[in-house]
Write a protein that binds this ligand. Structure first.
Ligand code: FES
Length: 151
């Protein structure tokens, strides 16, 4: 949750109460809280013209919305062209083997969540991943295993 997280009333005041505001509201909640809880969605519906089934439908349809909190460490694997060509899929396999999770999942001990991103903006370091705020580039399967072990 960000330090300046707005409450639901403030988010509605900013985005509007009509159905067209559903996506901006969900984006704002996720931006401020890191994910969107069922309670928050219910509160939004009780205070706007947006129907519950509509809001829940949108939140589950778009993969950009996270409905569960992330683990302690967020791993983002780059799936951009440069990283893809240099073996990003192999890195995903390594993480799945080591941590037992796939994309969009969190380990049972809540230590890691795995996500993909379109490009981390450091293509010369491909294949690259980001763990929390740190980028790890020119990765091999062994290098990645070593990094995961450090956590
Ligand atoms: S494609 Fe991976 S960092 Fe750009």
């Amino acid at each position: 949750m960000s330090d300046n997280a707005r409450n639901i009333d403030q988010i509605i005041a900013m985005c509007g109460r009509e159905e067209a505001a559903a996506i901006p509201i969900l984006q704002a909640i996720q931006h401020d809280y890191g994910f969107i809880s069922k309670e928050q969605m219910k509160e939004v519906c009780s205070k706007t013209d947006i129907k519950e089934n509509r809001l829940f439908g949108i939140a589950t349809f778009y993969s950009q919305f996270k409905l569960t909190p992330s683990g302690e460490n967020l791993i983002r694997i780059c799936k951009g062209t440069a990283c893809h060509v240099r073996g990003a899929d192999n890195l995903i396999d390594v993480i799945s083997e080591e941590l037992g999770i796939g994309i969009g999942e969190t380990t049972a001990d809540n230590k890691f969540t795995l996500e993909t991103v379109a490009c981390l903006g450091c293509c010369s370091l491909a294949p690259a991943i980001m763990i929390n705020n740190e980028v790890y580039g020119k990765l091999t399967a062994d290098k990645l295993r070593g990094i995961l072990n450090e956590f």
